[in-house]
Design a protein around this ligand. Structure first.
Ligand code: PLP
Length: 379
């Protein structure tokens, strides 16, 4: 009989993060129970101005989640049914869903093989007379090539709407994610770098007009109580979430720095491991490593071996959006976006969170080395 010692490294462990903020959050929530100010109110306003100052935007409007944030951004810039919005094929499906919800057509394009970010040449090739906007996604924690995207948008009269859901605190040469387009949307889903205790999101912009339309639409198309100038919806941020977000925002820079340390450590532990392609930030980017995504052959086998070794891993995302059943109606076919499709078959997200320890990372690296080498020896 063999004795197996299973050491588990979770893919994501938020318990230590919650413990750091627990006292502040609980005292804030207790005060809210007393004041009974649950939707909007001073706590939400305080978070909005603190986050605006943090990223360097004039306006932040807290909303219900990241998908609603994107939809509100599209509505606020006047996207109409039939308008085309160019976006990368490898993103979380919400980027496309928000476009579809306003009646627009998501036009997918391929990504660059090095960073898996939207490819500006592919964007240029996809522009038609119906194109109204480009939505670069700051995937895995680093900003998309905004200088080229901005230049293209200017040349063709298009609006840049950033999907900054995976990049809280990240920056490119021109500033922080969320300030690099006309308007930006982000998500504070619990697993994001800045996460709430439930669903939450925000729209960011320097444009006062856009900000006030977003606020109006998110609150039943009303800016003055019971005066409704638009058919809006209910997409407001709750005070209980704002309290969590305020406490975590104070720690975001140090948590992102811890992720950068962990990424550097993975690079060291995995350098020279044959069969593992490591991620790298684009020059000029400060990456906040929302995800640490390597590429391996025989990914599904490697993933199964990692699971058996007690290491939590993920795939972001297994199916490029153009190949999902949901978007089959747009006629996407295999072979259309070779880089995104090849990456989808090889990507593997390793455990990554601020409180990941050196020992945990060593276990991940050892397991990965074993998983890829047992693949080649049995092939
Ligand atoms: C999480 C995410 C969203 C959607 O955010 P929700 O808050 O879950 O609605 C949109 N885009 C990207 C790239 C995301 O990672």
């Amino acid at each position: 009989m063999t004795i197996t010692i299973t050491t588990t490294v979770p893919f994501l462990d938020l318990a230590a993060q919650q413990a750091e903020v627990a006292d502040e959050v609980l005292s804030g929530w207790r005060a809210q129970l007393q004041s009974a100010s649950f939707v909007g109110g001073p706590e939400v306003a305080a978070f909005e101005s603190e986050y605006a100052e943090y990223i360097g935007a004039r306006h932040v409007v807290g909303v219900s989640n990241g998908t609603d944030a994107l939809e509100l951004a599209y509505r606020a810039i006047g996207i109409q049914a039939g308008d085309e919005i160019i976006m990368p094929a490898n993103t979380f499906i919400a980027t496309a869903e928000a476009a579809s919800r306003v009646g627009a057509v998501p036009v997918f394009v391929d990504v660059d093989d090095e960073h898996l970010l939207i490819d500006p040449d592919a964007v240029a090739a996809a522009i038609t007379s119906r194109t109204r906007a480009i939505t670069p996604v700051h995937l895995f924690g680093q900003t998309a090539p905004m200088a080229q995207i901005t230049a293209l948008a200017r040349r063709h009269g298009l609006i840049v709407v950033e999907d900054a859901a995976q990049a809280q605190g990240a920056s490119g040469a021109a500033g922080r994610a969320g300030t690099l387009g006309r308007v930006a949307a982000t998500s504070f889903y619990p697993g994001k770098n800045l996460g709430a205790a439930g669903d939450a999101g925000a729209v960011m912009t320097d444009d006062t007009g856009i900000a006030s339309i977003v606020r109006n639409l998110a609150g039943h198309g009303s800016s003055v109580k019971y005066v409704h100038d638009n058919i809006g919806f209910n997409a407001r941020l709750d005070a209980v979430q704002a309290t969590v977000l305020r406490a975590k925002l104070r720690r975001l820079d140090s948590w992102n720095a811890a992720r950068r340390t962990a990424a550097a450590r993975y690079a060291e532990l995995l350098s020279g491991v044959e069969g593992v392609r490591l991620p790298a930030p684009r020059p000029g980017n400060v990456d906040v490593w929302h995800l640490y995504v390597v590429r391996v052959d025989d990914r599904d086998d490697v993933m199964a071996r990692m699971g058996a070794a007690g290491i939590g891993v993920g795939i972001h995302y297994p199916t490029p959006v153009h190949l999902t059943d949901a978007y089959a109606g747009l006629g996407g076919r295999r072979g259309q976006f070779p880089v995104a499709e090849a990456a989808a078959d090889r990507i593997l997200s390793l455990p990554m969170f601020p409180h990941l320890t050196q020992r945990q990372q060593e276990l991940v690296a050892e397991a990965l080395q074993r998983a890829v080498s047992s693949g080649t020896s049995t092939a």
